[in-house]
Ligand binder design. Structure first.
Ligand code: TYD
Length: 219
């Protein structure tokens, strides 16, 4: 019998409002059309337990939460997600697309809350048992632009603001700059794409990266 190869693990990242959820859906469609089995998932969440942790993390009613508690809760949700969903799906040959993963913690907690990238990475590698994405796409957007998109959505009643999104502009600036640093730290895995480009052209750009990865052309 032919040995089934492990599926690709792709993550989408960027500041709130960067359009990664739209891209995740577009990628699911494109990859499915190519005949691949695709699993689209998200963090925090992705499992029943993870969704409960998500509620705790994002509800403004959680009130004051210490930075380390916040970092550990994201890591706990991730550990469950990896063991229950991501690893089994990859092993079965599916292409897994996750809307946010480890880099969100490196940026929002490691850089945004000043816990340190090295410390947050170490905790998260323990949480994921060392699993890292094959390819990470960061949709980059400046903090003021991200704010503007968020306010537009709020005005249209398309969302309610969560505990993380309600942080000040200085925090959002750290997040936007943090994603740029992450790209420099992991150039072999992380690709930066301008979130201001047309959605279809962003999808094409990401698909190109995936095809390069499949052909073994990425570093
Ligand atoms: P997300 O689901 O992308 O937000 P939305 O659906 O409202 O666009 O992410 C929820 C929030 O959690 C987002 O503000 C980023 C934050 N977050 C972290 O701070 N650390 C993490 O590790 C993850 C996965 C998310």
């Amino acid at each position: 019998m032919m040995k089934m190869s492990r599926g690709l693990f792709i993550t989408l990242e960027g500041p709130d409002g960067c359009g990664k959820t739209t891209q995740a859906l577009a990628l699911e469609r494109e990859l499915t059309q190519e005949g691949k089995r695709v699993l689209l998932t998200r963090e925090p969440g992705g499992t029943k337990l993870g969704e409960a942790v998500r509620e705790m993390l994002l509800s403004p009613e959680s009130g004051l939460m210490s930075p380390r508690t916040e970092m550990l809760l994201y890591a706990a949700s991730r550990a469950q997600h990896v063991d229950e969903v991501i690893r089994p799906q990859l092993a079965a040959g599916a292409c897994v697309i996750s809307d946010r993963f480890i880099d969100s913690s490196l940026v929002y907690q490691g850089i945004g809350l000043s816990l340190g990238v090295a410390e947050v990475l170490a905790v998260n590698l323990a949480a994921t048992g060392g699993l890292m994405p094959d390819l990470t796409i960061v949709l980059c957007l400046d903090a003021p632009q991200a704010r503007e998109r968020l306010h537009k959505k709020l005005k249209q009643g398309r969302m309610a603001i969560d505990r993380i999104e309600s942080r000040d502009l200085a925090y959002q600036e750290k997040v936007a700059a943090g994603y740029r640093s992450i790209c420099q730290m992991f150039p072999e895995r992380v690709v930066l794409i301008d979130a201001n480009a047309a959605p279809e052209s962003i999808t094409r750009g990401i698909m190109n990266q995936i095809h390069q990865l499949e052909r073994g052309e990425r570093p």
